[in-house]
Design a protein around this ligand. Sequence first.
Ligand SMILES: *Cc1c(COP(=O)(O)O)cnc(C)c1O
Length: 377
Amino acid sequence: MYNIMTPGPTKVHPLVLKARGRVCTNPDLDMNFFEEYRSLCERISKLLHTKNKTFILSGEAILGLESAVASLCEKEDRILVISNGVFGAGFIDFTNIYGGNAVLYEDDVHSGINISKLASYLKEDHNFKFATLVHCDTPSGVLNDIDSICQLLDSYGILSVVDAVSSVFTCDIDVDQSNIDILIGGSQKALSVPPGLTLMTISDRAFQSMEKRKEKIASFYCNLLNIKNYYEEKQFPYTMPIHDIYGLDASICRIEQEKDRYLHHEQYAKAVRSSFVAYGLSLYLNDSYSHGVSTFNVPEHIKCDDILNKMKNDHQIMIAGSFSYLKDKVIRIGHMGENSNMEDITLTLDALDQTLTELGFKGKGKLKDYFLNQLNP
Ligand SMILES: *Cc1c(COP(=O)(O)O)cnc(C)c1O
């Protein structure tokens, strides 16, 4: 059995596993299930500080990204795709599939989106139906200031679609204050529920935009209007994955009971980063670090795969490389949700220290000691 210290999927808590073992009902016919589903959605909206409705869809978080675009985008609509990373630019693919006219806005991949640069750009060109952006672009770990960006978009009447899959519940997100029209989360990141669910909060004006379309939405599974009135109509568009939802409920309970969750995530992330630096590793990012994943450059003369394989084979710990233009260049440790605990992070850093040393890297001091000293000065 591996210790999964990756930026998703993350470790699953025994209470979540237990909840997934609950006796099953028929979610299409049992009226209690409609109540349970709705109340869970309401609790999620509350945690995200929004009056918007939350929906839980049966499908990994990519379903959320695609559904948002499929439901909003009509042929020839101009869509602004804001990107400083892999998932950011990835929205181009969805807008192309649904016939939109994507305009890519790119910024430095080593930093958060620069707000004043984006503001000057929008001043010149703001004729967009909606914009897509990523809160934490997980392959690098860059955390964008969605509050400033979405308020800026809102000032031009541009709807916002935010991929917060790997950031949601690692830091406080205030959907209403930021005017986020569609916020997308997934089960397998900081929620620490097995992969399989997408969460979305959807604003009234996003739904109105879908209802005003001239063309029909070219999908059934990705058509968000199909789930909009599930409660009033007592009908889901498809049978809900009831055990996944029971697991999610248990995870939300844990989050509701946790004090200082976001402060804890922030402190642990900071301690991991500063131990990398003290030890002599270099961080990939210059600023805008996420609270759920830390990324360092693969040291010169060492192969990324050698580090990952040694960690896996000698220590039974999985950490992650990255993909796209970051493949073989960086290593990531996921410390979000249930992964964010002293014991696992210490074990991981100690194993990483041994691994790097055996591969010829000369670190300064002990990686895990820096981490522990930072947390217990
Ligand atoms: C994990 C993640 C997703 C979902 O993608 P998978 O590759 O299928 O896990 C989407 N967006 C972001 C930012 C993510 O971190």
